[in-house]
Design a protein around this ligand. Structure first.
Ligand code: AMP
Ligand code: MG
Length: 523
């Protein structure tokens, strides 16, 4: 059914110990490990797009054989399960070995188009990297990862994918608020899929341990398998690092474009391919606020707040550069690494300007004495923040503004607080006058401008409260909202008839509700 070619474990050295106890794994990149069986696997949902990419139709996805494989109860022919070793900087500090503590790779599928896709079960039981935890995942977090992976994909933002969501029929105990109240919750397993799950932390751990030979081998392997177009480039190492920087910049611009906050941008959660990875306490900005983070664990430091993501991504790339600098033979001086980091700045700025020009409906951003778009944009960002305006709804409504006669009334729906609407209406009116003049200066037909704006301003995002409603229903055995959200998020940039409710901004009840505005890492 699936064609496996498991290069990672074939070409990189594995752990010499084959038992499954928690340990430090040195001089190796992976350990063999078998998923732990579950009591009663039940396929709750799957992504038909991802299944089709792997060559699996509905019948294949619903077969007993597949449900057993995607719950870790059975291996399909060609699957060779393993967990990999990585480290990482967490909240700004080196944390040593982390590794796949609750993710187990099943192998690498090569599909009919010749594409390579790694498959992983998240929540399939302990591995040598599980430390003191159980290797399991709860249903609520698994629903969030499943839905958001596919939503991000359809929004056009680089991401790992989700193939399936399977309930295990077993309970998992979690202290959801870290307040000393552990509770049994339903367990689940997501099968996630990506061309590569390699993280910055895979490189960092080898550098930190001074395992230079293995570090070079790992990088050669990564370039060969994941960046094949660089294989025969004489400058391949520096071009490779620059490409990681570029890809990361594109991903972060995507996050800023749609108001996505990752929540835990530790270097072990940064993908070498610039894919959004590890959906934990992530969230979507409702009222525009660069200081907002959904992660209660980060509530004081706000290190991973919305507006800091570009800066943190660069910090993470610097840590990757530090690790690469350990390879004196390859990166003899740090000029190449510095050039890569500068590439991040350049691509981030260019892409941010391009995407935000489109969000505002400008042909491109201008910097002129009479017409400084930076000032215009920062002006509205400040207003949106002070007036508590919904980011998604604001940008969608902005394309409805009548340029010949701009009225802020079109933006009314984006306000959360009636009082703020009354207070700030005149300032929005004044801003819109300048905005309309700026748009007119582009002399672009309205229809073309509006269409361009709609292509980057989603009508639907996976708002925190929507995901939470799907989770609450699933807890009662009703999976319908998971399916409906999966379907709504297939076309996030189109207005879908009968689905206005999914575009509604956060209701009042969700403002301070757990899961809707506050999430912990407990999952
Ligand atoms: P995260 O915060 O999800 O990126 O995880 C950080 C580290 O903790 C990684 O090494 C994970 O594999 C590990 N981890 C997180 N949750 C669990 C769990 N329930 N069981 C075992 N390891 C876990
Ligand atoms: Mg992680």
């Amino acid at each position: 059914m699936l064609n496996f070619d498991n290069r990672f474990i074939r070409e990189l050295p594995g752990d010499s110990i084959s038992t499954n106890e928690t340990r430090q794994v040195t001089r190796a990149c992976w350990s063999s490990v078998t998923p732990t069986r579950v009591a009663a696997p039940n396929m709750l949902a799957y992504s038909r797009e991802m299944a089709a990419t792997l060559g699996l139709d509905d019948a294949a996805m619903q077969s007993n054989e597949m449900v057993n494989a995607l719950s870790g109860n059975e291996l399909l022919s060609g699957m060779q399960p393993y967990a990999t070793c990585y480290g990482g900087h967490q909240f700004g500090h080196w944390a040593g070995q982390l590794g796949d503590g609750r993710a187990i790779y099943l192998g690498e599928v090569v599909n009919a188009a010749g594409e390579r896709w790694e498959m992983q079960l998240k929540g399939a039981g302990p591995t040598p990297y599980s430390r003191r935890a159980d290797g399991r995942a709860v249903l609520r977090s698994s629903i969030r990862e499943f839905l958001c992976s596919e939503a991000m994909h359809h929004l056009g933002i680089p991401t790992t994918r989700a193939l399936s969501l399977v309930a295990t029929g077993e309970k998992v105990v979690r202290d959801m608020f870290y307040n000393g109240n552990p509770m049994p919750e339903q367990g689940a397993i997501v099968c996630r899929v990506a061309p590569s799950f390699t993280r910055f932390g895979h490189v960092e751990i080898l550098a930190a341990r001074g395992e230079s030979d293995l570090l070079l081998k790992f990088i050669d392997f990564t370039i060969d398998r994941d960046f094949p177009h660089l294989k025969s480039n004489p400058q391949k190492y520096s071009v490779w690092f620059a490409e990681i920087c570029e890809r990361t910049a594109h991903m972060i611009v995507g996050w800023m474009q749609v108001g996505y906050v990752h929540g835990v941008m530790n270097t072990d959660n940064m993908s070498i391919l610039g894919l959004t990875i590890d959906y934990g306490p992530y969230g979507w900005v409702d009222n525009f606020d660069p200081g907002w983070t959904p992660n209660t664990t980060d509530a004081n430091g706000k290190r991973y707040a919305f507006g800091r993501q570009p800066e943190i991504a660069r910090w993470n790339l610097e840590r990757l550069a530090d690790a690469l600098a350990e390879l004196g033979s390859v990166f003899a001086d740090d000029a190449a690494l510095r050039a890569g980091l500068e590439r991040y700045d350049e691509i981030y700025n260019n892409e941010f300007n391009r995407v935000f020009a489109q969000k505002f409906g400008f042909r491109k951003l201008k910097r002129e004495l009479q017409n400084d778009d930076g000032e215009l944009i920062n002006g509205i960002f400040a207003l949106m923040q002070n007036a508590e305006v919904d980011m998604t709804d604001f940008f969608r409504q902005l394309s409805e503004i009548q340029i010949s006669n701009p009225s802020p009334d079109v933006l009314r729906s984006a306000f959360y607080v009636e009082e703020k609407w009354r207070q700030y209406r005149p300032e929005f009116a004044a801003w819109l006058t300048r905005y309309a003049a700026r748009v007119s200066a582009d002399a672009q037909p309205d229809a073309i401008r509006v269409e361009a704006m709609r292509q980057v301003n989603p009508r639907y995002v996976l708002r925190n409260y929507l995901a939470q409603q799907a989770i609450d229903l699933a807890g009662q055995g009703d999976m319908s909202m998971i399916h409906e959200l999966l379907d709504v998020m297939r076309n996030p940039y189109s207005t879908q008839t009968g689905r206005d409710a999914f575009a509604a901004k956060r209701p009042d009840w969700a403002r301070h509700k757990a899961g809707c505005s506050m999430l912990s890492c407990s999952s």
